[in-house]
Structure formats: C-alpha cells, structure tokens
Design a protein around this ligand. Structure first.
Ligand SMILES: C[S@@+](CC[C@H](N)C(=O)[O-])C[C@H]1O[C@@H](n2cnc3c(N)ncnc32)[C@H](O)[C@@H]1O
Length: 457
C-alpha cells in the first residue's frame, strides 16, 4: 500500500526512521477486531461464562477482547442483539475507558456517532447522572441512537446539533466531556484503505481548525473541576498535541492529567513550543495491538458546582391515561422523574436528566412508547433498557433454541402451556435473563413485536 508522502514524512519525524520501519511492517499484519462487554447489562466474568465466541483479552481495557473474524461472526450472535457487547476496534476503546465517571456526573459526548464511546460512557452513568450524546450529522446521529438504545442506555439525551447551540444552553454544565474529534484518520489506514482517498482530499490541515473550534466549545461547556478527554484516531501532532497546546495557551485554568491506568505500550505525547505534553498518549500499532489513537485528559481548575440550563423542556408528572395500565406493570420508580410527550411519543426523564429547551432532539430521556388512540405500544428501547425482573410478565427463550433467531427475524412463535403459564397479553421476551423485545401472547401464539428496524436479516 502506498502512503501519502506528507504523512510518511511526518511519521518519520515523529517515530524516527527505525520505528517508522516497524510501523510500516504492521501493514502486512492482520487488523485487530475487538468486542467490548457491556457492563451495564452483564459483568465481564458472567459474559465469559456464557459466550462461545473465542476471545483474547485486550490487556489495557478491563472489558475489552479481541476476536478472530475468520472463525466467528459476533454481529450475528443473539447476545449482540441483547446488547451484551459492542464491536469496537481495541484502541478506540481507550478514550471512554480513561474518562473517570462519578455516580451523579453529567456527561457530554460531543461528536458521538455512531456511539462506540458513548455506549461505554452510557453503561457507566450512575443514578443521578446523565449522558448527552450529540452528533452534528443527523443520519449518523440516528445510528448513534440505535446503538445507545440496543445497549440499554436510559439516562440519556440524544441531539443532532451544531455544538455552538449546545454552548448557549449548557454553559459550564458538564462534569465530564468526551471530545472524539473528527480527524484525518491516519490510525485507520491499516483497517480501511478507503481512508487514504479521504486523506488526500482532507488531511490534517482541513481538520485542525475544526478541532480547535470544537475543543474551545467543549471548554465552554465544562464545569469547574470537570474533566475533558480529547481523542482522535490519527497520529498527526498538528491534530493532537498542537490542539491541546492551543487550548492550554488560551486557558491557563486547564491542565493535562495522567492517563490512568497506564499501559506499557502507551507512547507519550511530544512537546510543542517547549510545552511538555508527555502525559498525552499515542497508541501506535507497532507498539501494541491496536490500530491507532491519541488521548489527552484535561482538568479545569475550580470548585465543581451544579448548574441548571436556563430553559428546560416542559415535562409533566402526570402520565397519559393510555399508558397508565401498561406502565403499572413496569417496576420502576416513576415518581423519581417526569414525563415528556412529544407528538405521540412518551419519554421518561429520570431526576437529574436536564433537557434544555430548544434543541433538535432524537431522544429526550428514556423512550417508553407510543400513545395511540385508547392504547399504548411500548417501545423497543424500553425493552432493551429493562432488566428481566422489572416487568411483570416475561417469556424466556434459552440461548440455542431456534426460536431466538426466529424472534429476532420477526416471526410469529409458538410456546407450550408450560412455558406460557397462563400468560396473556404483553410479554417481555428474554434470551435467558436478558430482554430482547416485546410480544403479545395468546393461547400459546406469540405475536412478534420486535422492532422491525432492528430485525436480524
Ligand atoms: C471520530 S467520529 C466519532 C466517533 C464516535 N465517537 C465513536 O466512537 O463511535 C467524529 C464525529 O464527529 C462528527 N462531527 C464532525 N464535525 C462535528 C461538529 N462540528 N460537531 C459535532 N460533531 C461533529 C462527525 O459526524 C462524526 O460522527
């Protein structure tokens, strides 16, 4: 593979001739495919006990594993549909894993689509916290939403906004921000050679002004005492250390933090204009088994204090009567939050999820379902969010039973009397202990309500 000359020159300068040769040799090796266990739904240990996918540990990511794409296809495994894991290139697991999250943190993922990092952040949002996942591209934000909902993230807002708008509504608001910036993608060259074509059109020079603007916007939204993690999947010093140095020059109240826990393969960032940036981390494929990333963690000085957006979305404590009966069967504390009805879509905003008024939302909280004339249809997102014991009526299909795949394909299924135990009406269909979606059971026949847009093809 021929690499762009300017890129080669910059890499030789960054690595030295000898290490550059080692980097170049990695193009003859297989790319690294990764799977990250969703600890929001299952512990890593329990997942390892139930899966038959051959896995090897990613040494610097507690819930990260390599798989061999020649011997298995994890995207076709029912556990994937149950949201038990996310498929992600191993070095891309690093940013979210190194952003520390406290139980009531308000977390922003500013450039979040398709959600590789947001899904991990979402799995760690505690009671009292919230995740706002944004992407400027509406089509990409839809993929982001789907991934977050499959993984069962509920304390959630999803927007598709220009960050400028978010800055006006959420100044100094977030305790933690992930800025996984758009970049020239040099770390993707091994994995996707098509990146080389984009690179020749839009190299580092194209991205630097965008990154500088985004990091300034992220700074404006970061609360005092808050932490900002900047990452890219590129090696360029211009797009990485120089962006960080620019932020530090403009804002003396920001300081670079150590990335913890460290890892022997992490390469320290280089100095820029005499500024030591060795706490930043480069991931290079010749040093560790990952495609390539850059990570910098920054902290804003000052005492943390919680602010409210000046205008909040209107919500109500009162449920539409059509939804009352169904939601009475859901074991959730509905008093600890409020409801938003957007057209016919009903959402639950748990206490602590602050939805500012005036944004282009794809989700305002946990989607509960559709309020129809005299009836209520629960959402797929609610099924994915719930734990099995949180709904009164469940039908369990064990892993390996052919009805699992048939359910995921949208087929009508039959269940024995013993399996049904007199159940009638709405049931939460579970793969062992893990909800997959809804169905309506009557006389042993399950009308499949698995969301058509998520079906297995
Ligand atoms: C590197 S990708 C993000 C990948 C994502 N964090 C993940 O882990 O799946 C960068 C994203 O930034 C978005 N983007 C580009 N310019 C943006 C802007 N000005 N504001 C917000 N998002 C932007 C792109 O649409 C793209 O989805």
């Amino acid at each position: 593979m021929t690499l762009p000359e300017a890129f080669e020159q910059e890499m030789k300068q960054l690595l030295g001739e000898e290490e550059y040769e080692a980097y170049r040799k990695t193009f003859d090796e297989a790319v690294h495919r990764g799977l990250r266990v969703n600890n929001g739904k299952i512990s890593t240990e329990e997942f390892l006990r139930r899966t038959d996918i051959p896995l090897k540990k990613v040494p610097w990511i507690p819930n990260g594993f390599y798989y061999d794409e020649e011997s298995c296809n994890p995207a076709k495994d029912a556990d994937y549909y149950a949201g038990l894991y996310y498929l992600q290139e191993p070095s891309a697991m690093t940013p979210a894993s190194r952003l520390p999250i406290e139980p009531d943190d308000r977390v922003l993922d500013l450039c979040a689509a398709p959600g590789g990092k947001a899904t991990e952040l979402g799995s760690r949002i505690g009671e009292g916290g919230m995740l706002l996942a944004n992407d400027i591209s509406n089509s990409r934000a839809k993929a982001l939403l789907r991934n977050l909902e499959i993984q069962g993230v509920g304390r959630l807002l999803v927007t598709s906004e220009d960050p400028e708008k978010l800055v006006t509504l959420y100044p100094a608001f977030f305790d933690k921000i992930l800025l996984d910036a758009p970049c020239s993608g040099e770390g993707m060259f091994r994995k996707e050679s098509s990146m080389l074509r984009y690179y020749s059109e839009n190299g580092p020079e194209h991205y630097v002004p965008i990154q500088k603007k985004l990091i300034e916007q992220a700074y404006q939204m970061l609360a005092e005492g808050g932490e900002l993690l900047y990452s890219t999947c590129t090696f360029s010093v211009k797009e990485n250390e120089e962006v960080i140095a620019g932020l530090l020059d403009a804002h003396p109240d920001m300081e670079v933090q150590e990335i913890t826990p460290g890892y022997e393969g992490f390469a320290p960032g280089v100095s820029v204009n005499g500024r030591d940036l060795s706490r930043c981390v480069h991931i290079f494929p010749q040093r560790m088994e990952g495609e390539g990333h850059f990570v910098a963690l920054l902290k804003k000085q000052g005492e943390s204090r919680k602010r409210q957006p000046s205008r909040l979305l209107e919500t109500t404590k009162k449920l539409p009567k059509e939804a009352e009966e169904f939601l009475a069967g859901v074991r959730m504390d509905w008093k600890n939050g409020s409801f938003a009805l957007v057209k016919d879509q009903l959402y639950f905003l748990p206490e602590g999820v602050c939805a500012a008024k005036g944004l282009r939302y794809l989700r305002t909280g946990l989607s509960l379902g559709t309020v129809k004339k005299n009836r209520f249809e629960p959402s797929q997102a609610l099924a994915a969010y719930l734990k099995k014991e949180e709904y009164v009526s469940c039908l369990t299909i064990p892993k390996g039973d052919d009805r699992v795949m048939r359910y995921l394909k949208g087929e009508t299924l039959s269940f024995s009397e013993e399996e049904c135990q007199g159940k009638k009406g709405w049931v939460l269909v579970c793969l062992d202990d893990f909800p997959l979606g809804w169905g309506k059971i009557n006389n042993g026949t399950l009308k499949n309500k698995y969301y058509a847009g998520w079906r297995m093809v």
